[in-house]
Design a protein around this ligand. Structure first.
Ligand SMILES: Cc1ncc(COP(=O)(O)O)c(C=O)c1O
Length: 400
């Protein structure tokens, strides 16, 4: 199964503006069916969930469909899908809820590879509970998160291990399953940040060993809305603070206020869109998602290899090290140039990248690069083309 870039690109209206968009890691462009689904929902009669009228039943159906869609995307159970405004908000909710059971002597393991949204909520929750925090280090010479260190970091007082499925800074996809096995052997839970990985790699939360998996639809062609996926039985054990009249059952009791029905319709449309990127004979949507994202991974890998080779060919360009097999996300610096200046100059040429630490703060502090502006990030998404990679490389050549 392969991607047809022209067909894929036609589904993204924003690409008509002509920018070379290498900032999908900060948010991909929105696919047309997603825009249509959001607009159609807002144009139709929808009221708050209930059984009293067709518009009330419609909102319930939208929520149920979105839980099914996200479950198909990541291999979860629809009854364990919780929605919220962002991965950060959901992780704060999870951290406060889990920390209710922590106390002095308990430990939490986080990593310096992670986006801060899967670090700080745990550090703060542990601090409030009197628990301590242990950090897994990145091997800066390779960009790997070595698994062996987790044997030392995880002990019988470890309550939770928080780890990313892929780095939004350098693309590294750690061996989450092996880390999860170590955590589970010690009786700890595993919270996986799938925000970066979901768009680029086929995901199976059970294969990963993730007790919790968080993902944000705006990174995979959808709207700015997020989901936390867990086994329903695990959610049943947890009791977030909540309003008196709000639902007492999971997953609804984890959801604060009225859900955004229009964004949920957009989320479902985004999953359907992803499932159709590379047509396959799979009978169900889960199978189509896996086939499509397999094709996406292969396509993006080719572009990333071209970009990486082109960047490393410049003496003045330093590419931050990352191991093979991760996401197509490359951070680099041009000698003598602040990353923010590089990004701005590329932006002036219509080539859109990010700069700074992209909230992967611990990684950039450990690398000693945060004070001097972090790095420039070129992140590849499935609508990017080889011609755009050439355009990026030509623009870098003009600056380096
Ligand atoms: C790896 C990773 N985790 C978490 C987040 C935060 O996601 P959200 O904006 O949904 O809170 C991001 C956003 O860039 C990310 O890249």
């Amino acid at each position: 199964m392969t991607l047809d870039p022209e067909k894929v690109r036609a589904a993204y209206p924003a690409l008509a503006e002509g920018f070379a968009l290498f900032d999908g890691a900060g948010g991909s462009q929105t696919a047309e069916p997603v825009i249509a689904a959001i607009a159609a929902t807002m144009r139709s009669a929808v009221s708050n969930r209930g059984a009293v009228s067709a518009p009330a039943r419609r909102s319930g159906e939208i929520v149920a469909a979105a839980r099914e869609a996200v479950a198909d995307l990541v291999g979860g159970d629809p009854r364990g899908v919780v929605f919220g405004p962002s991965a950060t908000a959901l992780t704060y909710l999870a951290s406060r809820t889990l920390a209710q059971g922590w106390g002095a002597g308990d430990e939490v393991v986080v990593t310096r590879l992670d986006h801060d949204s899967n670090v700080r909520p745990w550090v703060q929750a542990a601090g409030q509970a009197g628990a301590s925090v242990r950090f897994a280090e990145v091997d800066l010479s390779t960009g790997e998160l070595p698994v062996e260190q987790f044997r030392e970091l995880i002990g019988d007082r470890t309550r939770l291990v928080a780890v990313t499925a892929a780095s939004n800074a350098i693309g590294t996809a750690p061996a989450v399953r092996r880390i999860a096995d170590l955590a589970h052997a010690a009786g700890a839970l595993v919270y996986v940040d799938g925000v970066h990985a979901t768009a680029h790699l086929p995901t199976d939360v059970r294969e990963l060993g993730a007790d919790f998996f968080v993902t944000s639809a705006y990174k995979w062609s959808g709207p700015h809305y997020a989901a936390l996926v867990a086994e329903p039985a695990l959610l049943d054990e947890l009791h977030p603070v909540k309003l008196l009249p709000s639902p007492a059952w999971a997953p609804d009791r984890f959801e604060y206020g009225t859900l955004s029905f229009e964004l949920l319709a957009g989320m479902t449309a985004a999953v359907d869109h992803l499932a159709g990127l590379a047509p396959s004979g799979a009978a169900d949507r889960r199978g189509r998602v896996l086939a499509s994202l397999g094709a996406v991974a292969a396509y993006e890998k080719g572009l990333a290899a071209k970009l990486s080779a082109g960047l490393t060919a410049h003496d003045a360009v330093t590419v931050l090290k990352a191991p093979d097999g991760g996401c197509p996300t490359i951070s680099f610096r041009i000698a003598g140039q602040a990353p923010a200046d590089t990004a701005r100059l590329l932006g002036d040429r219509g080539v859109c990248v990010s700069s700074g630490d992209y909230y992967a703060a611990e990684y950039f502090i450990a690398a000693g690069l945060r004070e001097s502006g972090g790095a420039v990030r070129a992140s590849i998404y499935h609508y990017n083309t080889a011609e755009e990679v050439d355009r990026l490389l030509e623009a870098v050549a003009a600056l380096a």
